[in-house]
Each structure stands twice: as C-alpha cells, then as structure tokens.
Design a binder for this molecule. Structure first.
Ligand code: FPP
Length: 242
C-alpha cells in the first residue's frame, strides 16, 4: 500500500502499487465513429496493451483490469463471442506479455469459460510465471460479490473439516481466500463518465482512492494515466486515522 511521506519532495511522485481499471466506454467510442460495438472492444483491447506496457514502464507492481463481468453474459451473443475472441487472440500471442516481462494472471469464475480459453490461460500463466515486472490480473467472468462468496465457501470448508475455528476467522482470512494474491488496490480508475464500482474488487477497494474521467477507454492514454497519478499524489490518505 503506498503511503505518502509528509516530507516528500514535490518532484518525487509516488506511483500506486496496485491500480484497478474498469475499461468502460468501448461501445460509446464505436458509436461515435458509426462503427459496430465490436470495433470498440478491439480498440479497447489494444489500449489495454498500451496502458499495461506503460504501467510496467513506470513501476506499477499490479494492474487489475475488468475485462468481462459476471453480468456481461447478458449482452448479445455476437458481442460476447467478440470479446472472447479478443481474449483468445491476446493469449495466443505470448509476445504480448512474455517479451514485456509482464506476469499474467486471471481472476474470476473461470470454470465456465470455453475449454480452449481455459487451456490458453493456463499456458499464458505458466509462460509468464518467471516475469519480474508488472503483474496483470485480468478479471474475466468476475464479480466482486461472487468472489466474496467463493472465499466464504473456501473458509467454511476449512471450518467443516476442523482445519480452523470460526473464532479464528479475521479480515485477513477473507483477503487470503480471494482470487488474487496481492495487496489491495491503492487506486481505481473508471473512464467514460460513469461513477460506479460495478461489482469490481468489492472487498479490496475499501480504502482505494478513485479517479473518474470522461475519456472513453479506447482513448485513455498514458498521458491521462499520468494526470490521474498526479492527482493520486495530492490525496491525503488517512486510512481511518486523522
Ligand atoms: C465496457 O465497455 C467494456 C467491456 C464490458 C469489455 C471490455 C473488454 C475489453 C477491453 C477487451 C478485452 C480483451 C482483452 C484482450 C483485454 P462497454 O461495452 O460497456 O461500453 P459502453 O458503456 O460505452 O457501451
């Protein structure tokens, strides 16, 4: 968790340890250009690569991106298929992450994904496991509440088998049973003019700083990210203290 030193020189910028991004606005980006929604997702996935590369360059340790929510299955089949195909394409090209020294991890209820995608995910996670730069957590079929239920079931199972007592359950127990093994996000970014968390990192965002922007995700540039991080640096994070 990035804490700011009071005596920090004004030129010294703190880069958040863990950034979460809700990649919103692909559909509107396409509509503005009279293109099909799928073109917006293509542009959004390209921008994800640009931003991940930039986060790696500036020393962000973890980046969690919301690629597909548990609610997104409600979208038309061709849109869902389009997003799944983008995922396939991204995973097949290991130069996207391996050559960049980026570690790739997936969070969400992955068991319902098409089998070939699950295999590609396994391979990509394995291929990038030695990377020492940025860790990207891609949230697919992810829901924050669903993740908490998943963690509670795991804990309940351990209580049932006598491995732990109910009284020993703490906040740390819940955190340790979530999908990702990393610090909570310091900073959550939602472009496209929406001011909602939309079931993203529900447990982990308790003390996160938020940044909203009207820029649509495919247009959200490294410059926009820099602006957001500059603003993050002005925040006075007290974590419930004074
Ligand atoms: C939200 O915008 C975006 C999504 C539901 C999907 C995001 C998916 C990607 C960026 C591609 C994923 C693939 C890779 C390889 C990262 P929206 O469609 O809700 O936009 P709108 O609110 O303008 O309609």
């Amino acid at each position: 968790m990035a804490l700011f030193k009071k005596d920090k020189p004004s030129t010294e910028r703190v880069v958040p340890t863990h950034i979460g991004i809700i990649m919103d606005g692909n559909g509107r980006w396409a509509k503005k250009r009279m293109l099909p929604r799928s073109a917006g997702h293509v542009a959004g996935s390209e921008n994800f690569k640009t931003i991940a590369r930039y986060c790696n360059k500036i020393g962000v340790k973890y980046l969690t991106v919301y690629a597909f929510s548990t609610e997104n299955w409600k979208r038309p089949k061709d849109e869902v298929d389009g997003i799944m195909n983008l995922l396939r394409k991204y995973l097949k090209d290991s130069t996207n992450f391996k050559a960049e020294n980026i570690k790739l991890r997936f969070i969400g209820e992955l068991s319902v994904l098409p089998e070939d995608i699950r295999e590609l995910i396994k391979q990509a996670e394995l291929d990038s496991s030695e990377a020492t730069g940025l860790t990207v957590y891609m949230a697919v079929n992810y829901g924050g509440r669903d993740e908490i239920v998943h963690a509670l079931k795991r804990i309940a199972e351990r209580v049932k088998t006598g491995e732990m007592n109910v009284d020993d359950i703490t906040e740390d127990t819940v955190s340790a049973n979530l999908y990702a093994d990393c610090p909570d996000p310091d900073f959550i970014i939602r472009p496209s003019g929406e001011y909602r968390l939309s079931n993203f990192l529900t447990w982990q965002s308790a003390y996160a700083e938020f940044w909203y922007s009207d820029v649509l995700w495919p247009d959200f540039s490294p410059k926009d990210l820099d602006k957001a991080i500059d603003d993050f640096n002005k925040r006075n994070r007290r974590f419930g203290g004074v």
